[in-house]
Design a protein around this ligand. Structure first.
Ligand code: DC
Length: 229
C-alpha cells in the first residue's frame, strides 16, 4: 500500500521557504510530512551529545542509523523528541545547522538515513522536504518542485525571523553564511543540491507564502494527485 502513496518532493536551498510551504501543503492535503533536514540536524545534535567527532564518518553513520527520534504533530505544532527529550528548538540553532551541513556531506551518513526517509512514504501521501528528495530519495515521485529565492531575499527573511524572535543579527553576515552553506550543499560530491531533470522550478523571491501554496496545490490537481481545494 505504502508503495502506491504519492510523493510531492520539495527541494531547494536553505531559506527558500521549503519548511513552511511543505508543512502548509501537507496540512491542506492531509498528507504526511518528511523534514529530512531535521534528520541531519538530529544526527549532528546526537553526535554532540555522545561526543562523536564531526570528522569520524563511520561513527557518525552509526549515530544516524541508531537515531532514537519521534516526530509528533500536535495542533499544527511539530515537536521532535530525540532520545525522549524535546529537541525541536535545539536543532534549529545556527551552530547545529552548520554541523548538520558538514554531517550531510558524508556518504555513509546519507546512506544510513536513506531507508528511514523512504519509510515516511505512507498513504494517503507524503510531502518530502529537503535537498535530494527528487534526485535520490524519491526519484520516481510524480511531482517534484525545486523552490528557490535569491540569496539576498533569503537573508532578509532570516533576518526578519530572528528579529521577531528577539535575536540581534547582522544582515550582511547572514548573507555570507547563506552563500557559504549554499556552496557547501551544491559542491559536495554526494547528493549535491541540484534540481532533478523533471522538477518544476519555482522562484519565490516575489511570491507570498499563500501564493506558493496555491501554485503547488494547482500543480498537484493538474497531475491528478489531489483535488484543487
Ligand atoms: O533544511 P535544513 O537547513 O534543516 O538542513 C540542514 C542541513 O542538512 C543543510 O546543510 C542541508 C542538509 N540537508 C541535506 O543535505 N539533504 C537533505 N535532504 C536535507 C538537508
Amino acid at each position: 500500500m505504502s508503495e502506491a502513496a504519492p510523493v510531492l518532493t520539495i527541494d531547494g536551498p536553505g531559506g527558500a521557504g521549503k519548511g513552511t510551504i511543505s508543512r502548509l501543503v501537507a496540512e491542506r492535503l492531509g498528507w504526511h510530512l518528511l523534514d529530512s533536514g531535521a534528520l541531519y540536524r538530529l544526527t549532528a545534535l546526537a553526535a554532540g551529545k555522545h561526543e562523536v567527532s564531526l570528522d569520524d564518518e563511520a561513527a557518525l553513520a552509526g549515530v544516524a542509523a541508531a537515531l532514537d527520534v519521534v516526530f509528533l504533530a500536535e495542533d499544527g505544532e511539530a515537536r521532535i523528541l530525540l532520545e525522549g527529550a524535546d529537541a525541536s528548538r535545539a536543532i534549529r540553532t545556527e551552530q547545529v545547522g552548520d554541523a548538520a551541513s558538514r554531517v550531510a556531506a558524508l556518504p555513509a551518513v546519507r546512506q544510513a538515513l536513506l531507508e528511514r526517509q523512504r519509510d515516511f512514504r505512507q498513504a494517503p501521501g507524503l510531502v518530502a522536504d529537503g535537498r535530494d528528495m527528487g534526485t535520490v530519495v524519491f526519484p520516481e515521485a510524480p511531482l517534484k518542485i525545486f523552490l528557490t529565492a535569491s540569496a539576498e531575499e533569503r537573508a532578509r527573511r532570516r533576518h526578519l525571523q530572528l528579529r521577531e524572535a528577539g535575536v540581534d543579527a547582522n544582515l550582511s553576515s547572514l548573507l555570507k553564511e547563506i552563500q557559504a552553506r549554499d556552496a557547501r550543499d551544491m559542491q559536495r560530491s554526494v547528493a549535491p543540491l541540484v534540481a532533478a531533470d523533471d522538477a518544476v522550478e519555482l522562484d519565490t523571491t516575489s511570491l507570498t507564502i499563500p501564493e506558493v501554496v496555491d501554485r503547488l496545490t494547482e500543480l498537484l490537481a493538474k497531475r491528478g494527485l489531489a483535488s484543487d481545494t
